[in-house]
Design a protein around this ligand. Structure first.
Ligand SMILES: O=C[C@H](O)COP(=O)(O)O
Length: 329
């Protein structure tokens, strides 16, 4: 990335993307989907080593990354107090003196992501900020609760004020190649979401093959997903670069055939600022600048923000602060 592209990206207007309406299940298209695992792994392995973001522009790209974070807490011991603290971090992700030194103001994270019971305190704490609340749903993380309860959970979360719903698919439909069942499930989830945007979590670490990841991505888009998301953060393997390459190429194919842009959310285990830069350059190279906006790209992350803030502090002061100073986020 060079200075010109950095400026271009920063100046992109906020456009409203028409929502992906989905389409009829096209099993011929699904059957024709391939994934060349060794080529994908070679390309993914080459990504982190490339100096794709020049040092001088790293701070700008790290600020961009912050605006794309779904700042997340998904712990059994979440409390309203913790969620309120997370929300104030979402409103002001970086200390004022650092932002002043960087000549920036008014940045926020892309969203705050919580379990259903934490929606109310999050909505209240984010009032007036324009930051949406995302709720994980449908029996997250395994997605094995009764189907009618999964639908009801979505409806309750929308009623409570969540503007984005992160659903989990039934992995068994992929593992048994029951594409019709996966399509029907996703379509029902999308309908239950109403006007709330729906992110389809594939739990890619449990899908067996990259070809399965590619096919599941395509089917979720055909059934109307607004975003496809890698992982819950609870699988033993979460977001990886090979999986990301497969999913974003599926997004590109879907766009080329239908004209609808679907968003991408890598999630789980992304905690280092330098990793976020690799993801951003991957998106830029494979999908282009339009996808580097919060309506089409998010990081699902509970601890990435702290490392980014540390790197920004280093950029401004030349010294690293202690990690405990950035404990939240
Ligand atoms: O969707 C978000 C993930 O659960 C966050 O995972 P993480 O805690 O590994 O960052």
């Amino acid at each position: 990335m060079d200075s010109q592209t950095t400026e271009r990206t920063a100046q992109l207007p906020q456009v409203t993307e028409p929502r992906n309406p989905g389409m009829a299940l096209d099993l011929d298209w699904v059957a024709g989907v391939q994934a060349n695992t060794s080529a994908i792994e070679r390309r993914a392995a080459s990504l982190p080593g490339r100096r794709s973001v020049k040092k001088d522009y790293q701070a700008a790209w790290l600020l961009k990354a912050i605006t794309l974070i779904d700042l997340t807490t998904l712990s059994g011991d979440d409390t309203a107090g913790r969620v309120r603290r997370l929300c104030s971090k979402a409103r002001q992700p970086v200390r004022t003196e650092l932002l002043d030194a960087l000549g920036v103001d008014g940045i926020t994270t892309g969203a705050v992501c919580v379990y259903h019971d934490m929606i109310a305190p999050a909505v209240q704490a984010l009032q007036g900020s324009g930051i949406p609340v995302a709720a994980v749903s449908t029996g997250f993380p395994a997605g094995l609760s009764p189907f009618h309860l999964r639908l009801a959970e979505i409806e309750e979360s929308v009623k409570a004020g969540a503007e984005e719903i992160d659903i989990v698919i039934s992995r068994r439909h992929v593992l048994t190649q029951n594409w019709q069942a996966l399509y029907d499930e996703m379509k029902a989830f999308r309908t239950a979401c109403g006007d709330a945007h729906v992110k389809a979590i594939l739990a890619t670490g449990e899908l067996g093959t990259l070809r399965n990841v590619a096919r599941a991505s395509l089917i979720c888009m055909m059934a109307g997903a607004d975003f496809i998301k890698t992982s819950t953060g609870k699988e033993s393997v979460n977001a990886t670069l090979p999986v990301s390459l497969v999913m974003i190429r599926a997004i590109r194919d879907y766009y080329e055939r239908t004209g609808y842009r679907v968003g991408y959310k890598p999630a789980g285990g992304i905690s280092k600022a330098k990793d976020s830069l690799v993801y951003l350059s991957l998106i830029k190279e494979e999908l282009g600048d339009r996808w580097l906006m919060p309506d089409l790209f998010r990081f699902g992350a509970s601890s990435l923000l702290g490392d980014i803030e540390r790197q920004l502090e280093h950029h401004v002061t030349g010294a690293y602060s202690a990690g405990y100073r950035h404990a939240m986020g």
